[in-house]
Design a protein around this ligand. Structure first.
Ligand code: SF4
Length: 252
C-alpha cells in the first residue's frame, strides 16, 4: 500500500473552470516544483508537512492526521466526507503529480467506490501524468505563461504541458486547459498557445488572476479580457472566461 503527504482534505465547491459550483472532496497534495509569482497556495508547496488538516466531521472531529498518510486511510476519510451532492474527487495541490503512485492508488480505490476523479495539475511531468491518467474522468491542466515565472526552463515546461493535454484528450478525459491571465498579458503568446491546441477536444478557460493572490495590482481589465477571449475564439470552439468563485464564496 502506498503512502504520501497531504496538506489538506476537505469538502467544498469547485471554484474554478466549467465545473464551478460543483461539490467536490478536495485532496490537496503537498509539494510543487514550480514557483508561480501569483501562487495562492504557497503553504502547499512544502513537500513533507508533518500533518494533514481535515475540515469536516470525521473521526469525532479529529482534524489532524499524521503524514505520511496511507491510501487506505484517505479512502476511509473520503467515505466519511461524502455528501449526497458530491460530483467528484478533486486531486489538487501543490501538485498531485509529485506523488503520482500514491495519487493513482487513491484514484483507483475511489473508482471502486463509484466516485468520479478530477485532477488539477500544472502538467510538469508527462511521464507521471501518463502513469495515472486512465483512472481519471476529468483533467484540468494549466498552461503557464512566460510572465508567470513558474520555472527556469520555459520550453521544457510548455512541451510537458502540451503533451499532458494531448494525452488527456486522446484518452477520452474531459479536458480543461486553464491559463491564468494577468494585466498586460502578451496577446501573441495566447495566440500561439491556441494555435498549438487546434484539433484537440478541450475546453479553454481564461482565468483572470484574483487580487488577493497577487502582490501587486495585476488584475486584467475587461477590454483586455474581451481581446484575449476573441483571439482564443478564432482558433478554439470552447472558450470561456471564469474567475475564481471560491474566493467570492469565502470557502477553501
Ligand atoms: S503550479 Fe500551482 S501550486 Fe505550484 S507554484 Fe504555481 S500556482 Fe502554486
Amino acid at each position: 500500500m502506498k503512502s504520501g503527504y497531504i496538506t489538506e482534505l476537505f469538502s467544498s465547491f469547485q471554484g474554478e473552470g466549467p465545473y464551478v459550483g460543483r461539490r467536490q472532496i478536495f485532496i490537496r497534495f503537498a509539494g510543487c516544483p514550480y514557483s508561480c509569482f501569483y501562487c495562492d497556495t504557497p503553504s502547499a508547496k512544502e513537500p513533507k508537512p508533518s500533518v494533514c488538516t481535515v475540515f469536516g466531521n470525521v473521526r469525532n472531529n479529529n482534524n489532524s492526521f499524521e503524514n505520511p498518510m496511507s491510501s487506505h486511510l484517505v479512502l476511509e476519510l473520503l467515505t466519511e466526507l461524502r455528501t449526497p451532492d458530491l460530483h467528484s474527487i478533486s486531486y489538487t495541490g501543490g501538485e498531485p503529480l509529485f506523488y503520482a503512485a500514491f495519487v493513482k492508488e487513491i484514484a483507483k480505490g475511489a473508482r471502486e467506490m463509484h466516485l468520479k476523479n478530477y485532477i488539477e495539475t500544472n502538467g510538469y511531468s508527462t511521464r507521471a501524468f501518463a502513469s495515472l491518467v486512465d483512472h481519471f474522468d476529468f483533467a484540468s491542466i494549466d498552461i503557464k505563461l512566460r510572465c508567470h515565472q513558474a520555472s527556469t526552463d520555459y520550453d521544457k515546461q510548455y512541451k510537458n504541458e502540451l503533451e499532458c493535454i494531448r494525452i488527456s484528450a486522446e484518452r477520452g478525459l474531459e479536458t480543461i486547459v486553464k491559463v491564468v491571465v494577468i494585466k498586460d498579458t502578451a496577446i501573441d503568446e495566447i495566440e500561439k498557445i491556441c494555435k498549438d491546441l487546434v484539433g484537440l477536444n478541450i475546453k479553454f478557460v481564461l482565468q483572470p488572476v484574483t487580487n488577493e493572490s497577487a502582490q501587486r495590482d495585476i488584475v486584467p481589465g475587461i477590454k483586455e479580457l474581451f481581446a484575449i477571449s476573441e483571439i482564443a475564439g478564432a482558433f478554439l470552439p470552447d472558450v470561456m472566461v471564469i474567475p475564481q468563485v471560491h474566493k467570492i464564496l469565502h470557502v477553501p
